[in-house]
Design a protein around this ligand. Structure first.
Ligand SMILES: Cc1cc2nc3c(=O)[nH]c(=O)nc-3n(C[C@H](O)[C@H](O)[C@H](O)COP(=O)(O)OP(=O)(O)OC[C@H]3O[C@@H](n4cnc5c(N)ncnc54)[C@H](O)[C@@H]3O)c2cc1C
Length: 468
């Protein structure tokens, strides 16, 4: 039996980053992945392929809708969906091959097969051909991620009633795509097909898009996505979805109890993701999941109740985000090495890669209200920003929430061009507990989108934005 200091089950952003950090710290490290490619959800069916399609569809949309205004005439652009999907697949294989390279470079032993506990110190790896071997680890890290949530009354057939995984490789552009769930993944993939010409209908239980984010963001995003021709059934609870062979029929009930029926050719189900522990044989290690299917971990170490077994990423509590999984991957390797690492969970940014993008960090206005925190708010609209006017990307705003007494920035919410990159400034500022005035007094290059952050801080600190 091969013995390791650290055995990691799952090669997503949590697992592979943890493996690299463990190897850097001098541990003899192994990683087990049940699929033949590394990278997990993020690289194969998540962050990367969705962004590849968002970028391609955005180019197409701009070619149709804004090139002419920029003085570029290219005739009528046409979508080649097969080529678009092929490019996306190329991006994915390029990056997953990069992970395999990093494993070799860091002398990490890779096992291809399903990992399942034999005991709290040993894991059996069952390969695709049915053969198996058992390896042992002084420390074992579970990084098995998540899968799409499926409800019994929405029978996903993966042909017409699909999850995000199938939506990333459709062979035709839907005529009418019904998206159940207008959260982050639904908003992104719905945008892809709306830009490519599909009629898109969002059916959402909550009363806004991206309901976990600040309410202003959901409202502004809805306005932007509506410009793509999408329609919205907010505060609607889906009761059934059926593929009758000719079309998909979705039934939902609104808050007054009235039933509606929407017919389309595809239905994308994006109602969330569930932690994934199938096949792990947790009981053999003395482990069980909680009522939501998650592995419980100690806040200070990410260790489960079994000494030497840790869990990270989507399979534990907290935001289901690749960068959160990565931070936890590094954290756990350092804990095993006896270090005292730290993660500031309040400052893990959340991003929606729609157009305009949405990005946020810290508290929402609702959270501050609920917690009874006295706060002040400053906003700055992109339409008053020189850089945004120059590029014709004037939708959106920056909203800064600061403590009413100390002026410390408590939350930053951005909707607009390049929000995903702009949010990094807010993360740095908040990590160093900057006040809105601190940021407002820093020079921001002109003309840039980041000036909107400076102006929103000016507005928050003393209602003295310069350009609005
Ligand atoms: C469409 C979509 C878009 C997304 N976009 C973003 C985004 O833009 N930004 C962002 O931050 N997040 C995004 N996410 C979320 C992100 O993908 C996840 O948060 C992230 O991948 C979680 O990482 P992880 O390492 O915990 O698990 P995963 O990436 O899910 O990896 C787990 C790995 O473990 C393997 N595994 C499971 N069980 C076993 C076993 N028993 N034996 C061996 N291997 C096993 C799986 O095959 C998988 O490879 C997106 C998700 C989706 C679906």
């Amino acid at each position: 039996m091969q013995d390791f200091d650290v055995v990691i089950i799952g090669s997503g952003p949590g697992g592979y980053v943890s493996a690299i950090r463990a190897a850097q710290l001098g541990f003899k490290t192994a990683i087990i992945e049940k699929y033949s490619v590394m990278g997990g959800t993020c690289l194969n069916v998540g962050c990367i392929p969705s962004k590849a399609l968002l970028d391609s569809s955005e180019h197409y949309y701009n070619a149709v809708h804004s090139f002419e205004a920029h003085g570029i005439n290219i005739g009528k652009p046409k979508v080649d969906l097969a080529k678009m999907i092929e490019r996306k697949a190329g991006v994915v294989s390029n990056l997953t091959a990069g992970i395999s390279y990093l494993m070799k470079k860091n002398k990490i032993t890779t096992f291809n097969g399903l990992g399942s506990f034999e005991s709290s110190k040993t894991v059996k790896v069952t390969k695709e051909d049915g053969s198996s071997e058992v390896i042992s680890g002084k420390n074992i890290i579970v990084a098995t991620g998540s899968k799409p949530t499926i409800l019994p009354f929405i029978p996903v057939d993966k042909k017409r009633i699909i999850t995000s995984t199938e939506a990333l490789k459709l062979q035709e552009i839907p005529k009418h795509l019904i998206v159940i769930g207008a959260g982050v993944i639904g908003a992104e993939l719905g945008s892809v097909y709306a830009r490519l010409g599909s009629k898109v209908s969002f059916v959402e239980f909550a009363d806004s898009m991206i309901p976990t984010m600040d309410k202003t963001m959901g409202k502004e995003l809805q306005k932007a996505v509506a410009k793509l021709g999408a329609d919205f059934y907010l505060s609607h609870k889906v009761s059934s979805a059926e593929n009758n062979g000719k079309e998909v029929v979705v039934k939902a009930t609104n808050s007054k109890g009235e039933e509606i029926e929407i017919k389309g050719d595809y239905c994308l189900v994006c109602i969330g993701r569930r932690p994934y522990t199938d096949g792990l044989n947790l009981a053999s290690a003395g482990l069980a999941t909680d009522e939501r299917g998650r592995l419980e971990v100690d806040e200070h170490t990410l260790q489960t109740k079994v000494p030497g077994i840790y869990a990270i990423g989507d399979v534990v509590r907290g935001a289901m985000l690749a960068h959160k999984a990565e931070e936890e991957g590094v954290f756990v390797a350092e804990v095993i090495a006896g270090q005292k690492p730290h993660i500031n969970y309040n400052l893990i940014p959340g991003v929606v890669y729609t157009w305009p993008e949405v990005a946020a960090v810290g508290k929402t206005e609702q959270e501050l209200k609920n917690a009874g925190v006295a706060y002040k708010e400053g906003s700055f609209p992109f339409k008053a920003l020189g850089r945004a006017v120059a590029s014709m990307d004037t939708d959106g705003l920056v909203k800064v929430l600061a403590d009413a007494n100390t002026d410390e920035i408590l939350g930053v919410h951005i909707i607009g061009a390049r929000a995903a990159d702009m949010i990094a400034e807010a993360v740095v500022a908040m990590e160093y507990r900057a006040s809105a005035e601190d940021v407002a007094r820093m020079s921001h290059a002109h003309p840039t989108y980041t000036e909107a952050m400076k102006e929103a801080c000016l507005a928050a600190t003393a209602k003295r934005a310069i350009h609005s």
